[in-house]
Design a protein around this ligand. Structure first.
Ligand code: C5P
Length: 301
């Protein structure tokens, strides 16, 4: 199955909260780029979770998602998760979070249990701030630490370009660098609200660019080139370092991808909520009933 990446169509960090997290305003958007996952489930008395393809990540989020679900479903079983990474890691594209959400969506279906969306969201939030979003997909406002979600009307499936230059940015470190510089939360809130009212009109803003760009001049250069080649918008995603460009036409995308071949540019498109959900239902189809969300097991009593 496919676990899609996300980009942030704007990301404002308002300030540090008493719990150590930061209060955010963002628009999450699923995109066509995706990891490939296989998940197998065998009923058993005890719980066992194995992951293949991610040897370098000991505390794998997808494995933790499976463990959390077994606790919720109150059953045992053996789960094997195979992950073929296509979403660059440490790039602000939510790859690990999406893999974990994929397990939350698929495992109940395979195990023949019904876990309501509200429970899946509650299991997702402690795994990571971006995990709940992947249980919705499409376009969504993200508030709080990113887990408080308000689905928005889908943006059109705009084409774009993604540049992931292999610079790994640590999210906690990026927050630590940004935190002391934060001012004017009210002004940022107002500007963000305006940008939501007229999406994609004004240039998109990501507050992390202010702390990540000074350390990586190459990212400034990549963003500049995307705009120069004809992208309407160009922005770093999440805490970086991937940079995306949105274009009006696929011809512009093809041209930019050609220009930036040496940088490993890939063509992407925004993935609407209805496409995201129908993709999931199609993938799980032999085991699901109807087009429900979250996908519902055919074997559920
Ligand atoms: O929630 P997640 O595990 O993805 O967050 C990783 C780290 O990023 C947190 O431990 C925290 O340091 C920082 N973070 C934050 N505010 C947020 C989200 C993440 O400070 N809204």
């Amino acid at each position: 199955m496919a676990a899609n990446a996300k980009i942030n169509l704007g990301l404002r960090v308002l300030g540090k909260r008493p719990d150590g997290y930061h209060e955010l305003r963002t628009i999450f958007q699923t995109i066509s780029l995706a990891d490939r996952l296989t998940i197998s489930f065998t009923p058993a008395d005890t719980v066992s979770v194995t992951v293949a393809g991610m040897d370098d990540v000991p505390d794998n989020l997808a494995a933790r998602a499976a463990q959390a679900l077994f606790g919720e479903m109150g059953i045992g079983g053996a789960v094997h998760i195979g992950i073929e990474k296509r979403i660059p890691m440490g790039a602000g594209l939510g790859g690990g979070s999406s893999d974990a959400a994929a397990v939350l969506l698929a495992l109940p279906v395979l195990a023949g249990r019904v876990v309501p969306l509200s429970r899946l969201l509650a299991l997702a939030a402690p795994l990571g701030s971006d995990v709940p979003f992947f249980l919705l997909g499409g376009t969504s406002l993200g508030l709080g630490r990113g887990e408080e979600l308000y689905p928005l009307a889908d943006f059109p499936a705009l084409p774009g370009v993604l540049l992931a230059p292999g610079i790994h940015v640590s999210t906690p470190e990026a927050y630590r660098a940004l935190s002391p510089t934060l001012t004017d939360p009210e002004g940022k809130k107002r500007a963000f609200e305006e940008s939501v009212r007229e999406p994609l009109v004004a240039p998109l803003v990501n507050d992390f660019e202010a702390v990540v760009f000074p350390q990586h001049a190459r990212l400034v250069e990549l963003k500049r080139r995307l705009l120069e080649h004809g992208a309407q918008q160009a922005l770093m995603s999440g805490s970086g370092s991937a940079i995306f460009g949105l274009c009006h036409t696929k011809e512009t995308v093809a041209r930019v991808v050609q220009f930036e071949k040496g940088e490993g540019a890939v063509a992407i498109s925004l993935l609407t909520r209805s496409r995201y959900r129908s993709q999931w239902n199609r993938l799980l189809q032999p085991h699901t009933q109807g087009d429900l969300w979250p996908p519902r097991s055919l074997y559920a009593q």
